[in-house]
Design a protein around this ligand. Structure first.
Ligand code: CTP
Ligand code: MG
Length: 230
C-alpha cells in the first residue's frame, strides 16, 4: 500500500492574502485541487489530506467538485508543519510507503509522483529536488558571508519526500518527543533521527512551492503551457 499525505493546513502568511493560499484561484480552480488531481492520476493508492479544521468544508467541496476519490481521511493539522505531518501519519497504515507532499506545490505531475514511488518501493527513502542554479552563500547575523559551499553538490529540496511508513513514523515520534525544532522538511527529520541513506531524485524546476504573490503568476503561466485554461 502506497499512501500520500497532502499538507494544506498552513496559514500562508508570506502570501499575505486573507484566504489561505491553498484555496486561492489558479486559472479559476483552487490551488489545492491541482496537487489532489495529480495524486488522483498517479499510482498512489490513497491520500490523507491535512487541513485546518475551520476549512474542512472548503476541502470537502474541492474533493467533490474535482471528483477526487483517493482521499481516505481528512485530518486536522497542527501549529507547525511537522505537527501537521505527524497528524497525517496517524492515519497511514504500517507496512507500506508514504509520500509526503506540500499542497502548495500545485505543479507536481503524476509522472513525477510515480518516479518517486518507484524508488521508495525498492525500500529507499528519497526526496524530489533539483540542483541549485544560483551560487549559495552562508551568512552570519550581520549578513557578512561565512562561506560559499561548492554549488555542484547543492540541491534545492521539494516534495514529494518518500519513506517506509514505520521509519518516518518512528522519526517523527522521536523528533517531537525530544522536543526538537528547526527541521524544515521531512528528510531532515529522517536524516537526524534515522540516519539511513536518503536519495535525491531529480524532479522539475517547475515544481515550485507557491509561497509569495509572484509565484501565483509563474504557476499560471506554467499551467497554461500544459494546456490548462480558466
Ligand atoms: N502546512 C501545514 N501545516 C502547518 C504549516 C504548513 O499543513 N502548520 C503546509 C502548508 O499548507 C503547505 C506546506 O505545509 O502546503 C508547506 O508550507 P509553507 O509553504 O510554508 O506554507 P504556509 O506555512 O501556509 O505558508 P507561510 O510559511 O508563508 O505561512
Ligand atoms: Mg510555513
Amino acid at each position: 500500500m502506497v499512501s500520500a499525505i497532502i499538507l494544506a493546513a498552513g496559514k500562508g502568511r508570506r502570501m499575505g492574502s486573507k484566504l489561505p493560499k491553498q484555496y486561492l484561484p489558479l486559472l479559476g480552480r483552487p490551488l489545492l485541487a491541482y496537487s489532489l488531481l495529480a495524486y488522483e492520476q498517479s499510482l498512489v493508492d490513497r491520500v490523507v489530506l491535512v487541513v485546518d479544521p475551520l476549512d474542512r468544508d472548503r476541502a470537502e467541496e474541492i474533493l467533490q467538485r474535482y471528483q477526487i476519490h483517493k482521499v481516505s481521511a481528512i485530518v486536522a493539522g497542527g501549529r507547525e508543519r511537522c505537527d501537521s505531518v505527524f497528524a497525517g501519519l496517524q492515519k497511514v497504515d504500517d507496512g507500506g510507503q508514504v509520500l509526503i507532499h506540500d499542497g502548495a506545490r500545485a505543479l507536481i505531475r503524476a509522472e513525477e509522483i510515480n518516479t518517486a514511488l518507484s524508488v521508495v518501493s525498492r525500500g529507499e527513502a528519497c526526496a524530489m529536488g533539483m540542483p541549485v542554479k544560483d551560487t549559495i552563500k552562508e551568512v552570519g547575523e550581520d549578513q557578512s558571508v561565512i562561506r560559499t559551499p561548492d554549488r555542484s553538490r547543492l540541491w534545492q529540496v521539494q516534495t514529494p519526500q518518500c519513506f517506509l511508513t514505520e521509519e518516518i513514523k518512528e522519526a517523527y515520534r522521536r523528533y517531537l518527543q525530544e522536543e526538537r525544532s528547526g527541521a524544515t522538511d521531512d528528510a531532515a527529520i529522517y536524516e537526524l533521527m534515522i540516519g539511513k541513506k536518503l536519495y535525491m531524485i531529480e524532479g522539475s524546476y517547475e515544481n515550485l512551492k507557491v509561497t509569495t504573490p509572484e509565484d501565483l503568476l509563474m504557476a499560471e503561466i506554467i499551467l497554461r503551457r500544459r494546456g490548462w485554461s480558466p
